[in-house]
Design a protein around this ligand. Structure first.
Ligand SMILES: [Zn+2]
Length: 314
């Protein structure tokens, strides 16, 4: 059973995905009144090759922060936002995994689109594979879906994952751009919590302007879920299980974003976020939060998870 999607849902190979990511960001910033992305990025010391960097060591440093390369040219320190391939793959894998989980949740209500057992299996297998990327680089298994491997049976999910992935990466890049714009790149070493909050605020501000230009409810929903996945992808990273002092707590970063969305009470995004936080809590704190997704609205479920989590952390 095939559905038709707007053009941005067409399957795209990774190289095209990366290219589109940049052009999407350009379009977005133009809509925000920034007319020359190249000049804009270079003004702040961020190179256009932003998503084309292929690292061999993985994207995350020991503290779990994205890799940032510093260079001094003519006495001025600039930075390159270096999102390496393992991280790019990880965000796509999380988009796929969370989408399948979301579909599964939707299917508990009168069935809208049956989810094949293959979708469920591949989501779990993909996530397992993704976790190995943080230790070593292994070839993407040929049997698993990818932006390039559009398995017919999974076409709808893969195409939607591509769209979510683009939105998530856009939010991540806006956060990194925020560091550059706000002058955080001048300092060597890890950034502090205040700087991370400022970069989040910067990304959320621009994101809101982008959301205002969405031409359909569906596009807005994709942007919202994508931004959410930018944080939820961090929740699933093994390194996120360890305490990090240089970032605000993930649940607080996510919460700030969730309240910008103005979601309806039963939005699946509340559900998706709550489910992830529950999973994270079980793994990080070995604590199963007693929040029941079947009590009240999806917003109630999310609020219950957040309030249990804040009691736990306090
Ligand atoms: Zn940051």
């Amino acid at each position: 059973m095939s559905q038709s999607y707007p053009p941005q849902y067409k399957p795209m190979p990774p190289i095209t995905l990366r290219y589109n990511l940049l052009t999407d960001l350009e379009t977005a910033l133009r809509a925000h009144g920034i007319t020359d992305i190249i000049a804009y990025l270079s003004k702040y010391g961020v190179r256009r090759g932003i998503a084309m960097f292929f690292g061999v060591d993985g994207i995350f440093g020991e503290d779990g922060s994205p890799a940032r390369k510093y260079e001094t040219v003519g006495g001025k320190t600039t930075s390159t936002i270096a999102l390496s391939e393992p991280f790019i793959s990880w965000v796509w894998i999380c988009s796929y995994f969370l989408l399948v989980q979301r579909q599964q949740a939707l299917n508990t209500t009168p069935v809208r689109s049956p989810l094949s057992p293959r979708a469920l299996n591949t989501a779990a297998e993909l996530k397992d594979y993704g976790e190995t990327l943080f230790h070593n680089r292994v070839e993407w298994p040929a049997a698993l879906p990818s932006p390039e491997n559009v398995i017919d049976e999974l076409r709808d999910i893969i195409e939607q994952s591509n769209a979510l992935y683009l939105a998530a990466m856009q939010f991540i890049l806006l956060h990194e751009l925020g560091h550059a714009v706000l002058g955080h790149v001048a300092a060597q070493g890890p950034l502090n919590i205040e700087q991370e909050k400022e970069a989040d605020d910067y990304a959320i501000d621009i994101w809101q302007s982008l959301a205002a230009t969405a031409t359909s409810g569906r596009q807005l929903h994709t942007l919202q879920q994508g931004a959410c996945i930018a944080f939820l992808a961090l929740v699933f990273i093994p390194a996120a299980m360890a305490p990090s002092s240089s970032y605000p707590p993930i649940e607080q970063r996510l919460d700030k974003l969730m309240h910008v969305f103005e979601l309806v009470d039963n939005s699946i995004i509340w559900y998706m976020a709550a489910q992830c936080l529950q999973y994270w809590c079980a793994h990080k704190f070995q604590n199963t939060l007693e929040a029941d997704p079947n009590v009240g609205t999806a917003r109630d479920y999310y609020n219950a998870v957040q309030s249990h989590l804040s009691e736990l952390v306090a």
